[in-house]
Write a protein that binds this ligand. Structure first.
Ligand SMILES: Nc1ncnc2c1ncn2[C@@H]1O[C@H](COP(=O)(O)OP(=O)(O)OP(=O)(O)O)[C@@H](O)[C@H]1O
Ligand SMILES: [Mg+2]
Length: 357
């Protein structure tokens, strides 16, 4: 083959590659992204003068997609820019010193990098849309659940109080040992049910509260103190990092309850000898409280249903799945917000934002 023919052959390979990459990108959605990236890499590799000595790499978001071992001594590369920020690179490398890259090959890498960048941008926008939609759906679901719950709780409250009252009355006038035992069971069950109803009313923001300006630091400390024995039993440490005083308008008892439930979960899901970190500070007009643990982290399902009443991953009998519903209700009735995310290494962090007024 003469040199013109050779050059022409290279140009055809490059054009074929560009065409292939465009069609791969056209058929890509969020779920098929890794497969598409590999398909692009394979197509690109073929387009080089010496495919057998060329390896291609896409490095993006801490992940490296490659066709083989990259020789970082002889490379050409082009940045992957998303929304004008460099977020990764597209690299071609030559295994041994066979020859150098052609000028056209650098141009090819540049154009493919541009195409990949716009694909990644598109996927990023889609991801954000999806997560926004899921967030709205989640909030809607919680609102609807709140309304249903409020109704049920109201309906049950009166009959439960009656059951409790009449059973106690009967017990007072009762002398038979067995009857008293049975009545005690009725009373215990009624009390338990009333507790569940109370938690549901917290979730539905239906509990009365007295909000006054308080220093929240002793409130946090008292919640931790309540859990000292449990912490000691699991040889765990709970570190509180905060200012000396942090004032905000809140119901102190309810905030204790919030902290208690969050730390309780943190203890439950963290292995023995682990550490729980609580940070509280003021930022602008808000008090931020963070509870960080070293536990299992949140499962995908837990992330979706975390604050829904009765959602629990604990074994039957160990949890009612009402702890975080109560927390959510209390925070909402304080016009605050709560979110949770997994830590990079291990465990989860819950973050509360409460307006100071
Ligand atoms: N710190 C955490 N780490 C990992 N998962 C958690 C954590 N906190 C909550 N979860 C998940 O959320 C679920 C619901 O928590 P929630 O406190 O509402 O109920 P529970 O702890 O299961 O039961 P209860 O609080 O009534 O004893 C838990 O079962 C668990 O799956
Ligand atoms: Mg709990």
């Amino acid at each position: 083959m003469n040199s013109t023919e050779l050059k022409l052959r290279e140009r055809i390979k490059e054009l074929t590659c560009l065409y292939e990459v465009s069609s791969i990108i056209g058929n890509t959605d969020i779920n098929s992204l890794p497969n598409s990236l590999y398909a692009i890499l394979r197509s690109l590799k073929k387009a080089f003068q010496h495919p057998e000595f060329t390896e291609i790499e896409i490095a993006y978001e801490g992940t490296s997609y490659t066709t083989g071992d990259i020789n970082y001594e002889i490379t050409i590369s082009s940045p992957l820019r998303l929304f004008n920020k460099p977020k990764g690179t597209l690299t071609a490398s030559l295994k041994a010193y066979k020859s150098s890259f052609l000028k056209e090959e650098k141009q090819l890498i540049d154009s493919v990098a541009l195409k990949i960048s716009s694909l990644l941008e598109r996927i990023e926008i889609k991801k954000n849309e999806n997560s926004l939609r899921r967030q709205v759906e989640r909030t809607d679901r919680l609102n609807i659940l709140g309304e249903i719950t409020a109704g049920i709780a109201h309906e049950l409250n009166t009959p439960l109080t009656n059951i409790l009252g009449f059973s106690e009355l009967l017990k007072e006038n009762c002398s038979r040992e067995e009857d008293i035992k049975d009545l005690d069971k009725i009373i215990q069950n009624a009390i338990y049910s009333r507790e569940v109803v109370k938690k549901l009313m917290f979730f539905a923001c239906e509990m009365p509260q007295t909000r006054e300006t308080i220093d929240i630091v002793p409130t946090i400390t008292s919640a931790i103190d309540l859990l000292r024995p449990t912490l000691r039993k699991k040889q765990m440490e709970c570190i509180l990092e905060t200012h000396e005083k942090l004032f905000l308008k809140a119901d102190a008892l309810q905030i204790t309850q919030v902290l208690f439930n969050l730390v309780m979960n943190a203890i439950y899901f963290t292995p023995e000898q682990g550490t729980i970190e609580i940070k509280a500070f003021q930022k602008n007009e808000q008090v931020i409280i963070k509870v960080k643990d070293e536990g299992t982290g949140l499962t995908a399902e837990a992330k979706e249903k975390l604050f829904e009443p009765f959602f629990t991953t604990k074994p039957i009998g160990e949890g009612s799945g009402l702890g975080l519903s109560v927390v959510h209700g209390i925070i909402a009735s304080h016009q605050g917000s709560i979110s949770a995310k997994n830590n990079i290494e291990k465990g989860a962090t819950f973050e509360i934002q409460l307006p100071i007024n």
